[in-house]
Design a protein around this ligand. Structure first.
Ligand code: ZN
Ligand code: CO
Length: 327
């Protein structure tokens, strides 16, 4: 999976600008899907046909990532910007960003009264090496993502956009390995999770599944002075009980626990106090679709160096394969 994860994490794709990452994912899943389509909002949906029975299930991993978007260009060619999704000004200091057309930008900061204090977005700008508006290679409304190469070190994988390309990789691998189960399985690579959850919400409306499982990252409580949380890197994928946007449906939660135990995969129970996933949106669709989430523990979520553990990722694939076999 390592080459796939490298390719997916290094690809451009902030919320609302998913064309490039969708094309990369499409090439990966097309040989293994019975049907493939792109929804009006830009979700990629790959269908694995079942043997003709129930239930119809939807898996969702979001292909978009956090980033920044240009709001203004001054006469000297410096760009002002605002975040796409949950970006901290702290992670912007010294960062490089890359636009869809390949332009590289360096984030700089104005002089400040107190340089010890974290800057605000208003004090930050992007320098693309232009000398004025005329030779500036990007426009207002263009989006960029953080630039950081993928790295593997022992069992750990580090990259930008692990959130949620690692979930996309888990879905791709699950689709590659799955034998037909009773019902149809919809593999949704969703758009716009980091901003509005509108991709998964509208995909679920169209698919009308009996159950939806998001695969996304979650935080950990295993780093120095971290917020207490009973999830650790390398202790297995986590079964979500609750996050800031939802309570997982007990039926989905219990299915994932049952699957992990049947597959012999170590797992953890997750209560996440900040952040949510596509499952928060799918549970509100139509009459309410029972929704839950299988989470990949991840350190430094929403920074350009998100870290996951190889065995948690491989374990997640085995749990999903098992869960889909359980009627
Ligand atoms: Zn995510
Ligand atoms: Co996120």
């Amino acid at each position: 999976m390592e080459n796939l994860i490298r390719k997916l994490t290094e690809t451009y794709g902030p919320s609302g600008f998913e064309d490039t990452i969708r094309a990369v994912l499409r090439a990966e899943v097309e040989p293994f899907a019975d049907e493939i389509r792109v929804t009006p909002l830009g979700n990629l949906v790959a269908v694995k046909k079942g043997r003709g029975g129930e239930p119809r299930r939807m898996l969702a991993a979001h292909m978009d990532e956090i980033g920044v978007i240009v709001t203004h260009i001054d006469e000297k060619g410096f760009l002002r910007f605002t975040p796409i999704g949950g970006v901290s000004p702290l992670t912007c200091l010294g960062a490089r960003v890359r636009f869809e057309n390949g332009t590289l930008g360096v984030i700089g900061v104005e002089k400040r009264e107190d340089p010890q204090k974290a800057p605000t977005f208003e004090q930050l700008y992007i320098d693309v090496g232009a000398t004025g508006r005329a030779d500036c290679p990007v426009r207002v409304g263009d989006a960029a993502v953080f630039e950081r190469p993928f790295a593997a070190q022992g069992r750990r994988w580090v990259a930008k956009a692990m959130d949620d390309r690692i979930g996309c990789a888990v879905l791709v691998e699950t689709l590659r390995q799955i034998e037909p189960v009773a019902g149809d399985v919809y593999f949704v690579f969703s758009a716009q999770e980091e901003t509005t959850l509108s991709g998964a919400m509208t995909a679920a409306y169209g698919i009308e599944p009996e159950m939806a499982i998001a695969v996304d990252v979650t935080g950990t409580g295993d780093t120095p002075e971290s917020r207490p949380m009973a999830v650790e890197l390398g202790k297995g994928p986590a079964v979500k009980v609750q996050d800031a946007g939802m309570i997982a449906h007990p039926r989905v939660r219990d299915l994932l626990v049952q699957a992990a135990e049947a597959a012999g995969v170590p797992y953890q129970m997750e209560v996440l106090e900040r952040g949510t996933t596509d499952a928060a949106a799918t549970q509100l669709v139509r009459s309410g679709i029972p929704s839950g989430c299988l989470s990949i523990p991840c350190r430094y979520v929403h920074t350009p160096s998100e870290m996951v553990d190889r065995e948690d990722v491989e374990g997640a694939v085995r749990v999903l394969l098992q869960a889909l076999r359980i009627p």
